[in-house]
Design a protein around this ligand. Structure first.
Ligand SMILES: NC(=O)c1ccc[n+]([C@@H]2O[C@H](COP(=O)([O-])OP(=O)(O)OC[C@H]3O[C@@H](n4cnc5c(N)ncnc54)[C@H](OP(=O)(O)O)[C@@H]3O)[C@@H](O)[C@H]2O)c1
Length: 297
């Protein structure tokens, strides 16, 4: 039987690498375009993964030829070095959809974000993710979009980032947006939801909100991380005015730990309001306690 082929844009990233494991286990030959081949050479070790160059001039239609599935995971949390939300979340999705349609790809999985909304999103990030999601959903093939809260797991930029900050902290950590709420969802639950949806007709045309089982504030999450690391730190939650100011000032630094747009995103609680689609997809959401101790030292 012919092996199924999948092209995963953003397959080199945190979610992408976990999804690759699941897709390979499901028998897919995976094509992974990247703008930075040198960084991801390790992927060449897998015989069922094809790492290839991605640039604005590369013809996506050629990459998608003979693919049974295209997955779009490309995304950025902050704009930098000329990479805008518009380019990464909107224009790229237009290109992907047009190429997938031209190549006759029958299935598209699109990664959006919880509360992404083209018109009412609270930040430029959420509005651009909403625009991209709408473009993907309007494509002519079978499409499913995924809208996770913050995603955790080995290699994440969430608990690992907190750990980095706490390891540098001299006993005191000023924290912007301490009351912002999140429902951290495990990366493997997200990957499993995506893979399960591929051949499930009921998921076609749907947009799935994905959350973990527990809602925690940013301050609680920081305390949780400190406890795991065995660090005694004083976490000072800043009020709204100070949080906004900190985000604005830090946002001007390269590699900023927080930006004004992150502050705006956090004004919308990153929690599932109605349904957590993981349950609908038959996945019992995994708690942070089950996984975080396995990768946070
Ligand atoms: N992590 C979370 O907590 C979270 C929560 C909600 C939604 N999401 C969404 O989930 C997706 C994956 O997130 P992640 O955490 O895995 O991010 P990540 O680790 O930063 O990976 C993002 C990937 O996207 C690719 N990429 C970024 N900008 C691109 C562009 N302009 N053109 C082509 N490729 C581009 C990068 O590939 P190369 O650098 O190799 O080219 C990278 O592999 C994103 O769409 C993100 O918005 C993530």
């Amino acid at each position: 039987m012919k092996r199924q082929r999948a092209c995963i844009i953003g397959g080199t990233g945190f979610v992408g690498r976990h999804l690759l494991t699941r897709l390979r286990a499901a028998g897919y030959h995976c094509i992974v375009p990247t703008r930075r081949m040198f960084r991801h050479r390790d992927l060449k070790l897998y015989p069922d993964v094809e790492l290839c160059e991605l640039s604005p001039t590369v013809g996506l239609e050629e990459l998608f030829a003979d693919c049974d599935l295209v997955v779009n995971l490309a995304g950025i949390l902050n704009e930098s070095d000329g990479m805008t939300f518009e380019a990464a979340h909107v224009e790229l999705v237009r290109r992907i959809v047009a190429a997938a349609e031209a190549a006759g790809v029958p299935r598209l999985l699109h990664m959006s974000a919880l509360h992404a909304d083209a018109a009412r999103g609270g930040s430029a990030y959420l509005r651009s993710k909403g625009q991209g999601e709408d473009i993907a959903q309007a494509a002519s093939m079978a499409v499913t979009s995924f809208r996770p809260s913050v995603i955790f797991g080995r290699g994440d930029s969430f608990f690992n980032r907190f750990a980095g900050l706490l390891n540098m902290a001299p006993g005191v950590v000023p924290l912007a947006c301490p009351q912002a709420r999140f429902a951290p969802v495990w990366v493997d639950d997200v990957a499993q939801a995506m893979v399960r949806s591929i051949h499930d007709e009921r998921t076609v045309g749907r947009r799935y909100d994905l959350c973990g089982p527990r809602v925690l504030t940013l301050k609680e999450l920081m305390r949780y991380t400190a406890a795991r690391l065995g660090k005694r730190v004083w976490i000072i939650g800043l009020n709204d005015t100070a949080s906004r100011l900190m985000a604005k000032l830090f946002g001007m630094l390269p590699g900023a730990p927080i930006t004004l747009d992150n502050y705006l995103s956090m004004q919308t609680p990153s929690v599932c309001e109605e349904h957590n689609a993981l349950l609908q997809l038959g996945i019992h959401p995994t708690d942070i306690d089950t996984v975080v101790p396995t990768y946070l030292p």
